[in-house]
Write a protein that binds this ligand. Structure first.
Ligand code: GRF
Length: 233
């Protein structure tokens, strides 16, 4: 599938998607002069900045975005750090084919400053959610989640670094599952089908050209969450 990645920040998730070998054909940022645009340039991926024109509402803005996506032949979209709610022109066109990564265990702490919200609330565990995008705010069906413990003395920076490390694994895994038609969506329930090659990890773990495409699994041992068991030979 041809992917667009919607960005607005450092671009570490964009880098992870590119590293996984996903076919990224277009990057769109809601802000100029952000790290994500440099990452796109270094990778040779066309990048554009989408800024609202004077008196232009969010729906009109997303008409433009939909035109850009269609002109580039985009089939699926990943949002990572794109801080605008996507509207009907994009959401309706790409229903079931837009992923967003959010730094909390939704439905807790949707919207902006999710890490700060979690710290202020005093939760002991937060995490990462990858979900399909619908017309609401971080409200679409959940594709993958993984918890991240909040440690004593954590700041948004220290917690954010651990959260992002999880994002860089979870978002590419979900994008590949969607890309390969392995996500089965029924209402709010999203089921992952196994790869034809099974679900065990390649020796040495994930590497470029061999992305970890298995469904992140939850268990009592959280250190194993989201990782594949090694193959049994
Ligand atoms: C990520 O933490 C994501 O969860 C949030 O915005 C951040 C983007 O980071 N939606 P990056 O630009 O991919 O480094």
């Amino acid at each position: 599938m041809k992917w667009a990645v919607l960005v607005g920040g450092r671009g570490s998730n964009l880098a992870a998607l590119l590293e996984s070998g996903l076919d990224v054909r277009l990057v769109v940022s809601h802000r100029a002069r952000v790290g994500a645009l440099d990452i796109a340039a270094r990778a040779g991926v066309p990048a554009r900045v989408l800024l609202p024109r004077k008196d232009e509402g969010p729906v009109a803005l997303d008409r433009t975005l939909a035109e850009w996506l269609e002109a580039a032949g985009i089939e699926a979209v990943a949002a990572a750090g794109y801080l605008r709610i996507l509207r009907a022109p994009v959401v309706d066109r790409y229903v079931g084919r837009i992923l967003n990564v959010h730094p909390s265990l939704l439905p807790a702490f949707p919207g902006l400053h999710a890490l700060e919200q979690a710290l202020a609330h005093g939760v002991k565990v937060t995490g990462v959610t990858v979900h399909l995008v619908d017309a609401g705010l971080d409200s679409g069906p959940i594709v993958a989640q993984e918890p991240v413990p909040v440690l004593p003395g954590d700041t948004a920076d220290t917690l954010g670094a651990r959260v992002q490390a999880v994002e860089h694994r979870l978002l590419p895994a979900a994008a590949w599952a969607l890309d390969e038609g392995r996500l089965e969506v029924r209402g709010r329930q999203v089921r992952w089908r196994q790869t034809s090659a099974g679900v065990c990890a390649p020796p040495g773990g994930t590497r470029r050209g061999a992305p970890d495409k298995s469904e992140p699994r939850f268990g009592s041992d959280t250190t194993q969450v989201g990782r594949r068991a090694p193959c049994e030979h």
